[in-house]
Design a protein around this ligand. Structure first.
Ligand SMILES: CC1=C(/C=C/C(C)=C/C=C/C(C)=C/C=O)C(C)(C)CCC1
Ligand SMILES: [Fe+2]
Length: 339
């Protein structure tokens, strides 16, 4: 679906490609802030093909359900509710990283030995993160948050300005600290070193105003340039991260916005996997990550927190680092191949 005057980005075939938001012509003559222009000769500014926002319809349904639950005062802060939200973000969000290895193999079309090396590297980095959690949890927590801010910022494919991307990624992490500082402090304390964890929660709160203001600019730019569904969905997600109990707000963003983007992208890049194989890879890789975690946590019970939610976040932190490295490498390799 080519639009005259736009530059296709063949390396990024996000489902937004077919979304009407992709086709929205913006007001001519205004200056673009952080968004790549279409062809220089064309003063129509649109989000180029492949860079528009994509929000799965399930996101709006889940956001509506969570809003109703909050308004109806469903006790979402109870430990049992927190466990449900934890299971939701582990089962619904983790599998999006399950295709990293398959994507690396496909992207590089690499032979057996280099693929084995890539797998060993992926597992090795995750294992190193586990060691860091058990030995220097505060360092692991800070690294986890930085990696998350970068990684979530990469969802904003319609923005070019790294500062806007980084702020938008950071907004996901600072928003819960505004609405629920005590709960975020408690979780961070369970994950890392008590006092140190609480200090990190305070630091996020201090960072929040700037991060949210700059993210407001990013949302406005994305909206102005046509990625309206994404801009609206992110505004709702960030508001829910402030208002809802942290684990629910995070599960909403992670399972219904972040993960579907990755899954849809992976599905497009791995078109010849049968649905059964696709499901099998997702289930097997997620189960392997959880099993690896359980073996570590059970064999070294003193090294990890007994809090299930805090442990689930640590698991996410262990796989997030190789996941970030893999996604960046895959995107770069595809961009290079497209050029
Ligand atoms: C621990 C914790 C938080 C941070 C979660 C992060 C940082 C998740 C990162 C996940 C990644 C990077 C997944 C990759 O696909 C919140 C939301 C502030 C709420 C309070 C507890
Ligand atoms: Fe991810």
């Amino acid at each position: 679906m080519a639009i005259p005057g736009t530059t296709p980005d063949p390396g990024l075939h996000h489902p937004g490609l077919h979304h009407p938001a992709m086709l929205h012509p913006s007001v001519p003559g205004r200056r673009s802030l952080g968004v790549r222009h279409a062809a220089p000769s064309d003063d129509l500014r649109r989000v180029p093909i492949g860079r528009g926002g994509f929000a799965h319809p399930a996101f709006w349904l889940a956001a509506a359900c969570l809003t109703v639950a909050i308004v109806a005062r469903v006790p979402l802060t109870r430990p049992s509710a927190t466990v449900i939200a934890t299971l939701l973000f582990v089962a619904g969000g983790m599998p999006h990283g399950a295709y990293d290895i398959a994507l690396i193999a496909r992207t590089a079309a690499i032979g057996r030995r280099p693929l084995a090396l890539a797998v060993a590297g992926y597992v090795g980095v995750a294992a190193a993160m586990l060691v860091l959690w058990s030995m220097l949890p505060l360092v692991a927590l800070i690294l986890f948050l930085i990696v998350a801010a970068i990684h979530f910022g990469e969802d904003w494919t319609m923005l070019d300005e790294p500062l806007l991307k980084m702020a938008a990624g950071t907004a996901i992490i600072v928003a819960p600290a505004i609405g629920h500082p005590a709960e975020v402090g408690r979780l961070f304390a369970a994950m890392a070193d008590g006092e140190g964890g609480v200090g990190v929660a305070h630091a996020l709160l201090a960072l929040a105003p700037v991060a949210l203001l700059v993210t407001g600019v990013g949302i406005a730019v994305a909206w102005r340039d046509g990625a309206r569904e994404w801009a609206a969905a992110m505004a709702v997600a960030i508001a829910m991260l402030v208002v809802a109990p942290p684990v629910f707000g995070f599960a909403l963003f992670f399972v219904f916005l972040h993960s579907p983007r990755h899954l849809a992208d992976a599905r497009l890049r791995l078109p010849d996997l049968s649905p059964l194989r696709w499901l099998a890879i997702g289930a097997a890789m997620s189960a392997a990550a959880i099993a690896g975690w359980l073996v570590c946590a059970m064999s070294l019970p003193d090294a990890f927190t007994p809090d299930l939610t805090a442990q689930a976040f640590q698991l996410l932190g262990a796989v997030a680092v190789p996941h970030l490295i893999a996604s960046r490498w895959i995107d770069r390799a595809n961009e290079r191949a497209a050029r």
